[in-house]
Design a protein around this ligand. Structure first.
Ligand code: ASP
Ligand code: MG
Length: 311
């Protein structure tokens, strides 16, 4: 059985957390599974590297920005591999390029065009846990690229598809996909399951739990996966075909608010008193724009109206 596990930036945010992730990885390996791990950069590393580039020059060339940004995930992969090995399990870290993640040349927003995981398979066959740097790849002309913010999710899904993994887990500090952002709406509920289209609408609408490009990749490859917490035993949320339609809300910092399971008129009515612009609906998905300073309030109101009217 082959498992792909992805760990987000806050899950590998410091030495102690990296060691905790190593213990989780080792537990999976000791249960007899073949394990491929994809890691994000530690904590706010990617933001800090962006800031560093902009402290040096006003307009960093995108090729060089990619060289810089890919360093973030290299740090995590090397440290996690060390921590896994110290626990007595063989491991090897590989960059996106070494892992065969082939992309186009669109620096900072590259798209994966092929996955040639020969090196990963050889390392698995040699009995190693393979730890892959997320968010990066290499073009056919050997240029190093990154996949856009949140791109480690996409790396994990693309690898799960190419390796025909039996299980793919996207692990972070939230234990699944919620009916709203639980940091903004305290009574938001965790969803047991969600379909690709609904998940894509929430991701595009601003739900930060999964990157939209990862959900697109999963839908295209028919890869079902779980969004779950790094800590604890929770089931998380299954993302895949066959889930019932959900009612949920999402918001973006640019003022876009999205409701699944309502139409534009109902959305605008529920936001009465908030200045609403351009309420539109497309199938089950309604979106409007509000003043960006009022998105949290709007998200709470929409949740109360459509998801938890009695809650
Ligand atoms: N480190 C990158 C970012 O912060 C990629 C990722 O975390 O998935 O966007
Ligand atoms: Mg990150």
């Amino acid at each position: 059985m082959l498992v792909v596990q992805k760990y987000g930036g806050s899950s590998v945010g410091d030495a102690e957390r990296l060691r905790r992730v190593a213990r989780r990885v080792v537990a999976t390996a000791r249960a007899g599974r073949r394990v491929v791990v994809v890691v994000s950069a530690m904590g706010r590393t990617t933001d800090e590297l962006h800031a560093l580039a902009r402290a040096v020059v006003t307009q960093p060339p995108r090729r060089e920005l990619d060289m810089l940004l890919t360093a973030g995930e290299r740090i995590s992969m090397a440290l996690l591999s060390m921590a896994v090995q110290e626990l007595g399990v063989a491991a090897i870290s590989l960059t996106g390029s070494q892992s065969g993640i082939i992309t186009d040349e669109n620096h900072t927003e590259a798209t994966i065009v092929d996955v040639r995981p020969r090196r990963i398979l050889e390392s698995l066959d040699a009995g190693r846990v393979v730890i892959v740097a997320g968010y990066q790849g290499v073009s056919r002309t050997l240029e190093v690229t990154t996949l856009g913010r949140g791109g480690s999710d996409t790396t994990a899904i693309a690898l799960a598809a190419a390796l025909r993994a039996d299980l793919c887990e996207i692990c972070s500090d939230v234990d699944g996909v919620y009916t709203a952002d639980p940091r903004v709406v305290p009574d938001a509920r965790r969803l047991e399951a969600i379909g690709y289209d609904d998940m894509l609408a929430l991701a595009r609408g601003g739900a930060r739990v999964l990157a939209a490009s990862a959900v697109e990749t999963a839908a295209r490859g028919g890869v079902a996966f779980y969004a779950r917490a790094t800590e604890g035993e929770g089931e998380g949320t299954r993302v895949g075909a066959g889930a019932p339609p959900v009612v949920a809300v999402a918001a973006r910092c640019d003022g876009a608010v999205t409701v699944l399971g309502a139409d534009a008129a109902a959305l605008a009515a529920a936001l009465g008193g908030v200045d609403v612009r351009d309420a539109t609906s497309d199938g089950r998905v309604a979106t409007a724009f509000v003043d960006p300073t009022r998105v949290d309030e709007a998200q709470r109101r929409l949740h109360r109206r459509f998801v938890a009217p009695n809650g």
